[in-house]
Write a protein that binds this ligand. Structure first.
Ligand SMILES: Cc1ncc(C[n+]2csc(CCOP(=O)(O)OP(=O)(O)O)c2C)c(N)n1
Ligand SMILES: [Mg+2]
Length: 575
């Protein structure tokens, strides 16, 4: 057994966990770690970000596309608290993350010394587990456990806080062969009786739907999902985070449901007699008013986390287990049913409510047109988004055939995710095309990361859907707050000059005719590009189910489309 310092043990352990890159910022309490980094280069590459929130989001983006835990470093106090939004984001979307923070020296813990924050206390509700290491010999075991916890079962973030003097202390490096955690259980094999019951329900259903969520992607259960859908002949709806779990051009694919989903899906859910919900948690953005959700449906709920079962809806049959294994077993048990009446009804719904139609003849640039064109011209790319109207359009028009290709903040809805998460995705997939579809508001929450993009020459294409507003906020104010637009207008900087200040190629589109040519130019340019799309400022995102309403009470159907876009109406909602 070799003697090593705590800092060396951390990096040695990360190497053994297969870590190739780290996103972070140094400071007093983690300098011993940084001091060791050059010895591990290039096996471990460090990406210096400009704000720790970005380190967490970049690690999150990296983890989403690779399936391996993303790693971020921060110093104590403000470094650690800056990670909090990013950790909460990973927690809400079940993304495996290992955050390693430096902490004040052991003798100073609890004395409110310089840059002390109780980060293990602060992150208890937003981590799967966290550790404060007090003995250097614990480091390899704790890191091994942290990675195990982060990636197994329902994935999530784990934080390890290491006092500076522990990083400097020497000890014997002992790498445990196995992880033994009392009270931590891996998902059980699916209960065969539950599989039987579920298969029987599917076989006898006349109007079934599959609702696939992020769990399908996290379990990499794409083939199994497709096998179940095809063998049983059941149409598939994907939640926001389930998008790209199923081929968008598949005849059984219906798109996204919920608040800004396709209206036909919300109608279909309201008419279905069976929902097969996989790796999704019946978020209110999906269900609308719970009492009115899927009133005629029996529900099969497949989830790796037993705490999700019965949390929001009571399932007829619950199967707790890994989505891939559950779907694999279920797919073997079901039989093909033509369900011609149901298929015909779904076609009718789609034709009656063409949810995504937008006018073709405008001179101004419609945001939908920009998003639609980006997909049309980019082939099978990754798309990262911020949060707001542009995010919903990026989801509605999604058509990349790459699996796991829409990287978006679903649960927490974190503006500012769009730049740093794209950094993580591009680092993980250096040869692939990565678009970041940004809001002009969210972009400014982490725009300092353009420096990171430029420094590491990451060829991300940033499309700012510049509507001069916190667009989604303005939309709510127009519809639910009497059109009283308070604090939603944005006086923006010159984004081209901003890009150029960082050494990034900037382009602008002002008229509809510019859109195709700037996208083509961005795709031709080998490095990072920022495009400022000056879109129609008052465009709203439809369809929309008001918060607290049932899925059938949709605003902005085609006949109302222009009326809502121009003359906002007040709609009473119960929250
Ligand atoms: C960090 C954070 N703060 C506030 C919000 C509330 N919020 C949701 S959407 C939105 C507006 C987003 O504006 P922009 O980024 O320009 O996107 P747009 O809706 O205009 O496409 C705001 C402020 C949020 N989601 N995240
Ligand atoms: Mg905006």
């Amino acid at each position: 057994m070799a003697k090593m310092t705590g800092a060396e043990m951390v990096l040695e352990s990360l190497l053994r966990e297969g870590v190739e890159c780290i996103f972070g910022i140094p400071g007093g309490a983690n300098l011993p770690l940084y001091d060791q980094l050059p010895r591990y280069y290039p096996r471990i590459r460090h990406y210096l970000v400009r704000h720790e929130q970005a380190a967490a989001h970049a690690a999150d983006g990296y983890a989403r596309v690779t399936g391996r835990p993303g790693v971020c470093f921060a110093t104590s106090g403000p470094g650690a608290t800056n990670l909090v939004t990013g950790i909460a984001n990973a927690w809400m979307d079940s993304v495996p993350l290992v955050a390693i923070t430096g902490s004040v020296t052991r003798s100073l813990i609890g004395r409110d010394g310089f840059q002390e924050a109780d980060i293990t206390g602060i992150t208890i509700p937003i981590t799967k587990h966290n550790y404060l290491i007090r003995d250097v010999r614990e480091i390899p075991r704790v890191i091994r456990e942290a990675f195990y916890i982060a990636r197994t079962g329902r994935p999530g973030p784990v934080l390890i806080d290491i006092p500076r003097d522990v990083q400097q202390e020497e000890g014997e490096f002992y790498w445990p062969e196995r992880v033994e955690l009392r009270g931590y259980r891996l998902p059980p094999p699916p209960d065969p009786d539950a599989i039987d019951d579920a298969a029987a329900l599917i076989d006898t259903a006349a109007r079934p739907l599959i609702l696939a969520g992020h769990g399908v992607i996290l379990a990499r259960a794409y083939a199994e999902l497709q096998a179940l859908a095809e063998r049983a002949h059941v149409p598939v709806i994907t939640t926001l985070l389930g998008i790209s779990a199923f081929p968008p051009d598949h005849p059984l694919y219906l798109g996204m449901p919920g608040m800004h989903g396709m209206h036909w899906n919300n109608m279909a859910i309201s008419e279905a007699d069976l929902l097969v919900a996989v790796g999704m948690r019946f978020d209110d953005r999906v269900t609308g008013r719970l009492q009115d959700f899927a009133p005629h449906a029996q529900i099969i709920h497949i989830d790796v986390d037993p705490a999700e079962v019965g949390k929001n809806v009571r399932p007829t049959v619950a199967i707790v287990g890994d989505a891939r294994e559950c779907l694999r077993q279920l797919a073997m048990r079901v039989s093909y049913r033509p369900r011609s009446a149901w298929m015909a009804r779904l076609e009718e719904l789609k034709a009656a409510y063409p949810s995504l139609a937008y006018p073709e003849d405008t001179e101004e640039i419609l945001p939908q047109y920009v998003v639609d064109k980006i997909y049309a011209m980019s082939g099978d790319c990754y798309v990262v988004t911020g949060v707001g109207q542009h995010q919903m359009w990026a989801a509605q028009f999604f058509r990349s055939r790459k699996v796991n290709a829409l990287i978006t903040s679903g649960g927490l809805g974190t503006m500012g995710f769009e730049i740093p998460a794209a950094i993580g995705v591009q680092v993980a997939r250096p040869g692939d095309l990565v678009w970041s579809i940004c809001g002009d508001g969210g972009f400014q929450m982490t725009s300092q990361e353009l420096a990171t993009v430029a420094e590491y020459e990451l060829p991300i294409k940033f499309a700012i859907i510049n509507n001069g507003y916190y667009g989604m906020v303005r939309q709510w104010q127009q519809i639910f707050y009497r059109g009283n637009l308070v604090a939603s207008h944005l006086k923006n900087p010159d984004f081209i000059k901003l890009a150029e200040a960082y050494g990034i190629y900037g382009l602008q589109a002002v008229r509809r005719d510019d859109v195709e040519s700037v996208i083509a130019e961005a795709l031709r340019h080998p490095g990072p590009v920022l495009i400022d799309f000056r879109v129609k400022q008052d465009e709203n995102c439809f369809p929309m189910v008001p918060p607290g309403a049932s899925l059938r009470e949709t605003l902005g159907l085609p006949e109302e489309y222009r009326k809502f876009a121009q003359k906002p109406e007040v709609v009473e909602v119960e929250e």
